[in-house]
Design a protein around this ligand. Structure first.
Ligand code: NDP
Length: 682
């Protein structure tokens, strides 16, 4: 079988380097990849021209919707992916992380984008910045999709998740992708891409796949392209230093190997629940994916007085891990992805073994379940003990990318922190402790060297997502040795593929660019109340100035009785005189309730519901006898897609609300969100 690439709208093979791909469980040949040797400039051009221009016409929400449809499409075909995933040596649990974890990331991002980004072809970021005393010159950041492609050079260990976690933010940003999977497991990536192309959910050119070598593609990248890399630090450094990448300042996100640590804090004893949790987590991280995880625990940092009980408990647990064919009954740990990877791991263990004692040797003397003798790329868990970790640097430098970890002892929290930092930058670190002080000291002492950290105690362990799981809303990446990159982390991952520009000008110009009301821009008033208008009929900048209302003592008394809020500033004449306000004032919540009474049009109409309030500030007090008036202005509109159970087609309208007093001073400012009916369907 030929594993193919999908480029320029067709599936094809090249005439270059041939890689034979082998089932890592039984050594059977799966197929071969013949690398492309030329035409990389056309592949990039196809992505930019066909994919990029089609993607940039859609809004962020439309692209996010497509990601959701694609995720559903892939989920329906997951059984096909699992079948192939076993050939990589992954167990069902490992494959779940790769396949359903990857698809889950797509669902998460689809939601994040629709919740947090405006529904336009570009993104408006942050607040309008006042830049002049008279308010006629203001600034605002916007982000537009880069007009290039994003090239994702991925590692072999997560052929599905590794692709999906990167292409999802890029496609939502409006940037087409070219995926280059690690060759040894690219047959799994290929069948997932086949399903994506077959779905026709994204326009042609949005998704391309290059299996095998990427030839001279880096020479043809331009200033609008982006590269992400996951793999070894040495390859990453080499690619990052490519002359074309440097010359054109092409963003290069690198996620490289790291020596992640897991610290058992000094408050824990063998009888504490955190002791057992620690043993379970270290063993789980060593055996999941046969330890081929960028976030796996490589350094188990333990108080010196607990080294013996920890090593005994850990060895017992690791020895009971059943190793073998991932599809055989009872197997908990599968194979490494290939024999050459196993050779690399063994070489790394031998290097580590020169300065640490191998206390559990998984390189020999085991019989994998359901596997013919001598077949497959198996290796059992291997545990080392470094007796002088503050002076021996090898366990902090050498990563054995397999089921391998090194125990190291410490005396006192300062030493634990020093050891953690000797990794020179990691993707993930964890602390097992029931002491809040230890948690704070260790996290604050080591966070500068980590992209993500967990504190595990008995109250959160059951629901914890674990040391090694990157999650869509949280940063994945780490400083220094870990590559210095950031992936995931919510909407910021989408923005990575966009250009942020500061736009300065008059409120009117900014409003024209961003399609959002900017204070100081011209207002449009109409005889028809805005609450009587359908979503489509409302214009940005459309505004209503209400009638006025004088606040009386009766208002304060009534509101206090209704709400039960009898705070002295509203009810105690003497205390109020001594207070900050020097008089009795109305409740802030009365002011916004009274404001609603002023701006609402009460009759049945297209406004369906009050959705909430954002950015509320009470700017000035409202006293007895003050007169308030409200300006309500249509600030932003977000069209919502109708779900099957929804009664109406709707959109959310965000209104700028300003409540002023008789002196034209703002007393309260905020945004209200209303759900408004649409006349047109999707
Ligand atoms: P590599 O760094 O060798 O390869 C990573 C990716 O880069 C692969 O897709 C590889 O393709 C590609 N690549 C290699 N050379 C070039 C080149 N000259 N131009 C363009 N692309 C290139 O890492 P491996 O995948 O072999 O893994 C080795 C080590 O990486 C592991 O032992 C581990 O230490 C680390 N690693 C880190 C991970 C992380 O998430 N941080 C994940 C996985 C591995 P090809 O496969 O065709 O060589």
């Amino acid at each position: 079988m030929k594993i193919q690439s999908y480029v320029n709208g067709e599936w094809c093979s090249g005439d270059g380097r041939t890689d034979t791909l082998v089932n890592s469980v039984n050594d059977e040949v799966i197929g071969e990849v013949v690398s492309l040797t030329s035409g990389f400039d056309q592949i990039l051009a196809h992505g930019r021209k066909a994919g990029g221009s089609a993607l940039r016409k859609m809004t962020t929400h439309e692209r996010a919707e497509k990601i959701k449809f694609l995720a559903k499409y892939l989920l329906d075909r997951k059984d096909d992916f699992y079948r192939v995933s076993y050939m990589t040596g992954a167990t069902k649990a490992d494959s779940w992380v790769d396949i359903e974890g990857g698809i889950g990331t797509m669902f998460s991002y689809s939601g994040i984008a629709r919740r947090e980004l405006n529904n336009d072809t570009f993104v408006v970021e942050g607040n309008v910045e006042p830049l002049s005393a008279g308010g006629t010159f203001v600034g605002q950041h916007i982000l537009t999709a880069k007009e290039g492609v994003s090239l994702h050079i991925n590692a072999f260990n997560f052929p599905v998740w590794g692709m999906l976690e990167k292409i999802t933010p890029s496609l939502i940003a409006g940037v087409p992708v070219i995926v280059k999977p690690g060759t040894v497991t690219c047959y799994l990536t290929e069948i997932v891409v086949k399903a994506m192309i077959e779905s026709q959910i994204f326009p042609e050119g949005s998704i391309q796949l290059i299996c095998g070598s990427v030839g001279d593609i880096l020479d043809h990248l331009n200033e609008q392209d982006v590269v992400t890399f996951t793999g070894s630090a040495s390859t990453g450094r080499r690619l990052k230093a490519h002359p074309n990448i440097i010359e054109k300042s092409i963003p290069f996100t690198m996620e490289a190997d790291s020596l992640n640590c897991c610290i058992l804090a000094p408050d824990v004893t063998v009888d504490s629940p955190e002791f057992d949790l620690y043993i379970k987590e270290v063993a789980r991280e060593m055996t999941t994916k046969a330890g081929q995880k960028c976030t796996a625990i490589r350094r188990a940092i333990v108080p010196n007085n607990l080294i013996d009980p920890v090593s005994e408990a850990l060895m017992k647990r690791l020895q009971s891990t059943s190793l073998g064919d991932p599809q055989a009954e009872g197997v908990r740990m599968g194979a490494l992805v290939g024999k050459s990877q196993r050779e690399d791991v063994i070489a790394a263990v031998e290097q580590l073994g020169q300065s640490s004692e191998i206390i559990l040797n998984g390189m020999q003397g085991f019989v994998p379940i359901g596997v013919e003798s001598g077949k497959g790329a198996f290796m059992a868990p291997t545990l080392l003990h470094c007796k002088d970790p503050l002076n021996i640097t090898t366990p902090h430098d050498v990563e054995a990318f397999g089921p391998v970890s090194t125990l190291m002892g410490y005396d006192g929290i300062d030493q634990a922190i020093e050891l953690a930092k000797m990794g020179k930058g990691s993707l993930a670190g964890s602390v097992f402790t029931a002491s809040r002080d230890n948690a704070r000291d260790i996290i604050l002492g080591t966070a500068s060297h980590h992209g993500r950290m967990l504190v595990i105690d008995s109250t959160c362990a059951k629901e914890s997502t674990g040391h090694g799981s990157p999650l869509a809303p949280l940063i994945h990446g780490g400083p220094g040795r870990a590559g210095g990159g950031e992936e995931l982390g919510g909407a910021r991952a989408i923005k990575h593929y966009m250009q942020r520009s500061a736009i300065q000008g008059s409120p009117m110009s900014l409003m024209a660019v961003t399609n959002q009301y900017v204070k100081g821009a011209e207002l449009k008033e109409d005889r028809v109340h805005p609450f009587r208008k359908y979503f489509e009929e409302l214009e940005i900048g459309e505004s209503l100035l209400t009638h006025r209302r004088t606040v009386t003592e009766a208002d304060i008394v009534n509101f206090g009785c209704l709400s039960g809020d009898h705070f002295y500033a509203h009810f105690d004449e003497i205390a109020a005189k001594d207070s900050f306000f020097e008089k009795r004032v109305a409740h802030g919540y009365f002011v916004i309730s009274a404001a609603a009474g002023l701006f609402v049009d009460p009759g049945l109409g297209p406004v369906i519901a009050n959705y909430g309030i954002d950015n509320l500030r009470f700017v000035e007090p409202v006293g007895i006898g003050d007169t308030i008036q409200v300006r309500l202005t249509c600030k932003r509109k977000v069209k919502k897609s109708k779900k099957p159970d929804d009664k109406y087609h709707t959109g959310v309208v965000i209104w700028d609300v300003e409540v002023k007093n008789q002196n034209d001073e703002a007393v309260a400012i905020y945004d209200i969100l209303t759900l408004v009916e649409r006349q047109s369907d999707d």
